[in-house]
Design a protein around this ligand. Sequence first.
Ligand code: BT5
Length: 321
Amino acid sequence: MQKKSRELLAILQDNEFHSGEEIGRQLKVTRAAVWKMIQTLQQTGFLITAISRRGYRLEQSFEFLSQQKILECLSDNLRKQIKLLEIFDVIDSTNTYLLQQIHNYATIPRVCIAEMQTEGRGRHNRKWYSPYAQNIYLSLLWRLPSHQISSHVIPLITALSIVEVIETLNLPGIIQLKWPNDVYFSGKKIAGVLVEMTMESNSHAQVIIGIGLNVNMRNTTDEINSWTSLYKILKKDLNRNSLIAALLERCIANLEVYQVKGFGYFQKKWHRYDLFLGKKVQLQCHDLMINGISHGVDHEGRLVIGTRKKKNSMFSVGEIL
Ligand code: BT5
């Protein structure tokens, strides 16, 4: 996002009309340039009315990501615990950034958030669509003793944490979890989790937990289908700063519980939201294709599939097709 577009958004943030001339004067650009920038913002998904002789008005409540506002919403405990919380306007990927910072132990736990990602990543090098200033793109760098973790469980705990946060919004519909890392709302994807991990020699692991949550996104290019956002569900814009604080609270609280009690503590809760529990599934696990009935997850977060040949098989990696 060009710096000028950010400044333009800052002017329109008050939801009042501003003439092209006035905006042009403030940004030191021509009226034609203002119109071009307005069109770019509209294409990105911002709802801006243009009325001749009155100017432009932003028709939605909008707030930039703010370190101060996020910190204000955090509990005293977590505010003290988080060593670094960085916000970028544009970044390639918040996960990639934290991967480059993993040896900086003094700054863990560390959080990176961005208004936009140009190379937002899903699993297996898939793309995560990350338009400007509408959603949450958040990564948390966490460190824990490697004997306490099973890497495949962290996405499940994170996805459950997202569910716990969005269920406080009383959404009219069903929130569902698709093993291992997707959050759906009434059959459409609303959030995804990308966990990456590196082992240290001294028996600790660094985990980067990436969360993409669609918040105020109204439209997209045709890059993705079958998606939804909190705006689409609730028909109102939500404050991303307080949602980010809530996500951090839940994720970190759940990671701490997991470190003490293991995944067994979350198993029942997972089943409450499990999209495929008791249903026919086809799992792709490396080169294998497994067909059977999903019996949910076991106490270690592995997917349990009942097949004809064998009673039950457990999988810690794979993709439900
Ligand atoms: C995921 O992968 O769902 C993990 C997404 C993690 C994104 C976060 S954002 C912050 C952090 N930094 C990063 O670079 N990544 C993390 P996967 O299960 O592989 O799903 C990817 C698929 O979801 C794509 O192939 C699309 O079909 C779909 N998709 C892409 N963008 C989407 C969006 N904004 N909303 C819904 N679906 C989307």
